[in-house]
Ligand binder design. Structure first.
Ligand code: 5RP
Length: 223
């Protein structure tokens, strides 16, 4: 029986096989955040001479990339990102995701939005029929915390401030439990429209293009 850590390691290796065709001297790769993305970065380091560099979705990933000698570019200086690799907290059969367990959701959504393709890498424990058992992270401007919390409660959620946590953007996170998300695109649009919300951790309007899911019997590619 493979542990969750071994499953994550396996999908990081499989993700390298997936991105190898993209690794060219002028290519910039989009890099996500979290423990699975960390393992992918460690694998990618072996191939750093084959591509130009990366754009990163968090200070944590930037530090790890640079520790391997992989260049990290400012997204403002980059016009083309063919592929973005990132983990997820939950993913459904339509490849809609909840992300932001590590608090990097806004930069993740920004980098993903400029990439041609989002490749989700996850172990099978992240696969769900309905999103929402994992509390939905919502990044907020601090002065709007209570106003946003009331609106999330009105939507049926139980918002809780992530104590002692500040995002890379200087904002706060509300983790919203109790949402059974039957229409993730509609909820993403609804929550993102609340004044004071920077973005929510639903990646549904633009979900993953492909998911590499690590199972006990191997890594499966889902589209
Ligand atoms: C960070 C994220 C991560 O992708 C998500 O939390 C999954 O993390 P891990 O790979 O550690 O399970 O969205 O903001």
């Amino acid at each position: 029986m493979l542990t969750q850590q071994q499953l994550k390691e396996n999908v990081a290796v499989a993700a390298i096989d997936y991105v190898l065709p993209y690794l060219k001297p002028d290519t910039i790769i989009g890099i996500g955040s979290g423990s699975t993305a960390d393992l992918f970065i460690d694998q990618l380091a072996q191939f750093k001479s084959r591509f130009k560099g990366t754009v990163s979705s968090s200070e944590r990933s930037t530090t790890r990339l640079q520790s391997h000698g992989i260049e990290v570019f400012d997204l403002n200086d980059i016009s083309h990102v063919p592929v973005y690799i990132d983990g997820a907290d939950e993913i459904d059969a339509g490849l809609h995701m909840i992300k932001g367990g590590g608090g990097a959701l806004t930069r993740e959504k920004i980098v993903a939005s400029v990439a041609d393709q989002f490749v989700c890498i996850a172990d099978e424990s992240k696969c769900v029929d309905y999103l929402g058992a994992f509390p939905l992270p919502v990044e907020i401007i601090p002065m709007a915390r209570e106003a946003v919390a009331r609106q999330m409660a009105a939507l049926g959620g139980r918002p809780k401030l992530r104590e002692g946590f500040t995002t890379d953007n200087g904002c706060q996170i509300l983790d919203v439990a109790g949402l059974r998300i039957t229409d993730p695109k509609a909820l993403e649009a609804r929550v993102n429209n609340i004044p004071g919300v920077v973005t929510c951790g639903l990646f549904a309007i633009a979900g993953a293009g492909v998911a590499l899911i690590s199972t006990q019997t191997g890594v499966e590619q889902r589209k």
